[in-house]
Design a protein. Structure first.
Length: 255
């Protein structure tokens, strides 16, 4: 099973990440994120500016990349009959789904995580201490959850709509609709349903909580209920969309 799964993932990598998809994702990541690296002078400023700048920059990159990659993999795969050909191999639908989803999710996280790695290196070049390391670690965690949510959501939309262009449109309307329809209020839990503020709030609260455990001075603008909403939205929402995608894949009519 593992050998067949690796073979399917290799096929997906070659088919869905060939030129120019990989180059486009890397390019927009570099253009959008790397120029915003900021050298800061103290921990509160570091937490506020570094975390905020990274996730606000990554918001556009994650949404557009997930739309292109997952839409091309699933919706275009249905339109172009590639899924029919792949299932004649014949692997099970679950294996095909798992191979395609894992390949795209891991590739997206690898690229975005590399950008965070480059930016986060400045924490060690110019700062020292446990808090800087923890900020970086929590940023990786919430970046993982953000990619997980968007990949799962775009996948379920692509499988349900079965059309690349329409699935991308629905996904973008949903994501940007949430982002710009919720009033800006950092003390309102619903504000953390946005992809810009959800990861920021999660990192901010988790870092302050960890600093408190160490007996270090800490403060956070994020309340517990806001942190709970942000983390639940990313994790539970991603799981729900993923399981929904798998269910649709099993029942999908490809004829």
């Amino acid at each position: 099973m593992k050998g067949k799964l690796r073979e399917l993932m290799a096929w997906e990598l070659q088919d869905n990440w060939s030129f120019p998809i990989l180059e486009i994702v890397i390019a927009i990541t570099i253009i959008q994120v790397v120029p915003f690296t900021t050298i800061l002078i103290n921990e509160p400023t570091l937490l506020f500016n570094f975390v905020r700048t990274f996730f606000e920059s990554m918001f556009f990159v994650i949404i557009i990349s997930a739309a292109i990659v997952c839409g091309k993999s699933f919706a275009s795969g249905i339109e172009e009959r590639k899924l029919v050909l792949l299932l004649s191999y014949p692997p099970s639908r679950s294996k095909v789904f798992l191979a395609k989803y894992l390949t795209n999710f891991l590739m997206l996280f690898l690229i975005f995580g590399s950008a965070l790695l480059v930016e986060g290196a400045s924490l060690f070049l110019f700062f020292s201490g446990a808090i800087q390391l923890i900020i970086w670690a929590f940023m990786f965690l919430y970046l993982f959850l953000a990619v997980f949510l968007t990949s799962s959501l775009m996948t379920i939309i692509a499988l349900a709509v079965k059309r690349f262009g329409l699935s991308v449109l629905v996904f973008l309307i949903f994501m940007f609709g949430i982002e710009y329809s919720i009033p800006v209020n950092v003390y309102d839990p619903t504000y953390y349903l946005t992809l810009k503020m959800g990861p920021q709030g999660g990192v901010g609260y988790a870092t302050a909580w960890y600093a408190h455990l160490l007996g270090l001075p800490s403060s956070s603008w994020v309340r517990l209920e806001c942190f709970t909403v942000a983390t639940s939205y990313l994790l539970i929402g991603g799981l729900a969309f993923l399981l929904g995608s798998l269910l649709i894949m099993k029942k999908l009519d490809l004829d």
